[in-house]
Design a protein around this ligand. Structure first.
Ligand SMILES: NC(=O)c1ccc[n+]([C@@H]2O[C@H](COP(=O)([O-])OP(=O)(O)OC[C@H]3O[C@@H](n4cnc5c(N)ncnc54)[C@H](OP(=O)(O)O)[C@@H]3O)[C@@H](O)[C@H]2O)c1
Length: 280
């Protein structure tokens, strides 16, 4: 691996996770000094050690992306140790079981509140709200905190994470759909706002990629596909789940001034054709 000596600094949130650990490793291979952000230090350290073992530069910073105070504290550490970032990958996000109904449509049984079913009316509203917070403010706040440094430098590229649920709500995925719908809108808004600061803001909308959480939803204990997985693959023309390295080309295109210098405010689906499949 060739590491160029330069001043490229990237902040990656959710860097201990499936998709963004891959992005962080790739950015380090390109010579970026990478700040890895997440809440669990052990997950970040694994990625940090991999990057260092390959000759790259990375630091792990534990922080909660939905807290302004926490992100400001992270920024102080990152700017002291690495400098001001010019690339921000907003990968932190995800769903929580208590915000996910088991039903795809209303059933009168959910009104009994006896635990026999879990419908919309049985969800935990504080968890519902925290899913919205992490997936919306968890993108807005890092843009607010690190975007300010980019604006000072008059350069920068931000990538937000949308989803297939940004376009049409997916059954059972309530709070998360609402939040990811907001990400496409915020990406457009911020792109227009930050254009005079020479900061480009774009999004990636992954289709279905396996991570620790979705693996449990898509596979039974005997490794056979669940009905949910079969439904997803039936509506994915390429008939498979995505792999994290398949997002790298899109990331590198979007952050490149040379190749995407006139591209801002878009969200690119990387979805095996899911959005093009009518499902009938
Ligand atoms: N996998 C897919 O199929 C798929 C599809 C569409 C969109 N996406 C989006 O792509 C992004 C990455 O997904 P992934 O599959 O890589 O998920 P993942 O493996 O669960 O990684 C997400 C990471 O975000 C971190 N995180 C969550 N809440 C956080 C918070 N409040 N503050 C800081 N870090 C936080 C988690 O670490 P800690 O818990 O340690 O903080 C976790 O490592 C997410 O935004 C996800 O919604 C994924």
């Amino acid at each position: 691996m060739t590491i160029q000596s330069n001043n490229k600094i990237a902040v990656v949130t959710g860097a201990g996770g499936t998709l963004c650990s891959e992005m962080a490793r790739n950015l380090a291979q390109q010579g970026y000094k990478v700040a890895l952000i997440g809440r669990t230090i052990e997950k970040l350290k694994v990625v940090e050690e991999e990057i260092k073992a390959a000759g790259g530069i990375a630091i792990s910073v534990t922080a909660d992306v939905s807290s302004e105070e926490s992100m400001i504290a992270a920024k102080i550490i990152i700017e002291k140790e690495l400098g001001m970032c010019s690339v921000l990958i907003n990968g932190a996000g995800g769903n929580q079981n208590e915000a996910i109904p088991n039903l795809v449509e209303f059933d009168e049984k959910e009104l009994l509140d006896d635990g026999s079913v879990k419908g919309f009316f049985n969800l935990n509203m504080s968890v519902f709200q925290s899913v919205i917070d992490i997936n919306t403010m968890g993108t807005v706040i890092p843009c607010f905190v690190f975007g300010r440094s980019m604006a000072r430098q008059k350069r920068g590229s931000i990538i937000n994470f949308a989803s297939m649920t940004s376009y049409r709500p997916i059954t059972r995925v309530a709070a998360y759909s609402m939040a990811k719908g907001g990400i496409v809108n915020f990406t457009q808004w911020l792109a227009a706002y930050l254009a005079p600061a020479n900061i480009r803001v774009n999004g990636i909308a992954p289709g279905f990629f396996l991570n620790d959480r979705s693996r449990k939803i898509m596979f039974n204990e005997d490794d056979s596909q669940t009905e949910r997985a079969q439904n997803v693959l039936r509506q994915t023309p390429l008939k498979r789940f995505g792999e994290a390295p398949e997002l790298i080309g899109c990331m590198n295109w979007l952050i490149s001034e040379e190749n995407a210098g006139f591209v801002t405010g878009i969200t690119v689906p990387v979805d095996g054709g899911f959005l093009s499949c009518p499902g009938v």
